[in-house]
Design a protein around this ligand. Sequence first.
Ligand code: ADP
Ligand code: MG
Length: 461
Amino acid sequence: VWRDCLAVIRENVTEQSYKTWFEPIIPYKLINKRLIIQVPSQFFYEWLEDNYVKILRKALDYAIGKDGQLEYTIIIDRGAAKPTTNPPVGTPNKAQPAAPIVPPTQKNPFDLKAFNEKQIESFLNKSYGFENFVEGDCNRLARAASFAVAQKPSTTSFNPLMIYGGVGLGKTHLVQAIGNYIEKQSENSKIVLYVSSEKFTSQFINAIRENSLQDFMAFYMRVDVLILDDVQFLSGKEKTQETFFHIFNHLHQTGKQIVMTSDRPPRELSGMEDRLLSRFKWGLTADIQAPDLETRIAIIQNKVEEEKAIMDEEVIEYLAHCIDSNVRELEGVVISLIADSALTRRKINLDMAKFRVKSIVEENQKVISIDKIIEVVTDYFRIKVSDIKGKTRLREVVLPRQIAMYLAKEFTTLSLKAIGYHFGGRDHSTVIHAIQTVNDLIDFDRDVAGHVKELKDGFKK
Ligand code: ADP
Ligand code: MG
């Protein structure tokens, strides 16, 4: 009977959809006119119901007759079926009790050989590996968990694995290392896919526009190891999140490995749906902190060695001391020093290093505009932009105004006069007074010192 159904279905769906959604189905039982089929996951069932109800009905009509009925069961293990609680096909009311969640340890019910595996490219960058990732206290847990996952994808309890940490601290490097490691162990021909959340989102949007959502889903559901980078990017994108939620559940339920990164801890991912956030908690969340001095030194040494260059201890230490919050920036300086030295045929010396560091610092300062400073400060103190630029002398406004001026001096190249102009046309002596006041307060007032430090750290990121 099922073969008859499949014949009808095959004529009505694309090859891709057929392979993804119908080949994995196992016919289980036929009781009177009730056909029971096994599907790999709850999501699978929902997807069939949402997208293929009409075709399934047609197939039943043909194979059994108008009074034919279809029921689903979700596979726990190959062969062993779970009694179904799902409504038969075409039941209008979908608010029925859902099927039980399947434990993630079940066997993979897909016959991967049925798919053309070559069709998925991993998008991994081969230069990111564990061997060139420097370990320190700042990243020990994240590295260890990543390595464990790389060795035994989907069999550790680190599923999903979520790595979070600030910009340029090695998240992408680490998760790419996982993918590369798994790919290298060629005997398990696992399909690994690395994708940034930005790309995922735009693929999703394209899929909707081009009416190919089913192919999009099918594509992601074939993956054995899904690496989704920078999930904070999904914040506020409801539809994309919902789709990811389905893919996530399906992969998780069918025993696939999921790895994600974020620039902040899950609890701070605003605009993320709660059900998605709570899924993230199933596995392990590990953070990466800014590297300490020793780790920074080791990272520089590593890079210098990789480039087969030479750099004195003195220079290495200087760089490690100056650039302390972003490994990408640190690497950038090292590379450009090596390039400088190759070009000028001169050994890298301290002066060259100082020059580079200075230009980096200046560059970082330039990108912060005074409007940005005003925006951040008013946000921070929860006051209005019009107040900070206005005449009020209330302390709740005066102090933030002074701090904003102080930060403007620190982070922009604007003159005192120009700064005054941006604060409702105040003159430059007011700006000088503000800067002096804040400087004094930083020394004597713990609260103010704390505020200024937090704001500054925010800008330095
Ligand atoms: P993130 O994704 O967290 O923003 P990346 O993974 O892109 O950061 O890292 C930025 C750069 O710094 C990359 O070139 C990466 O190789 C390097 N890097 C970061 N952390 C380390 C580390 N612990 N050891 C070696 N290189 C590192
Ligand atoms: Mg990254």
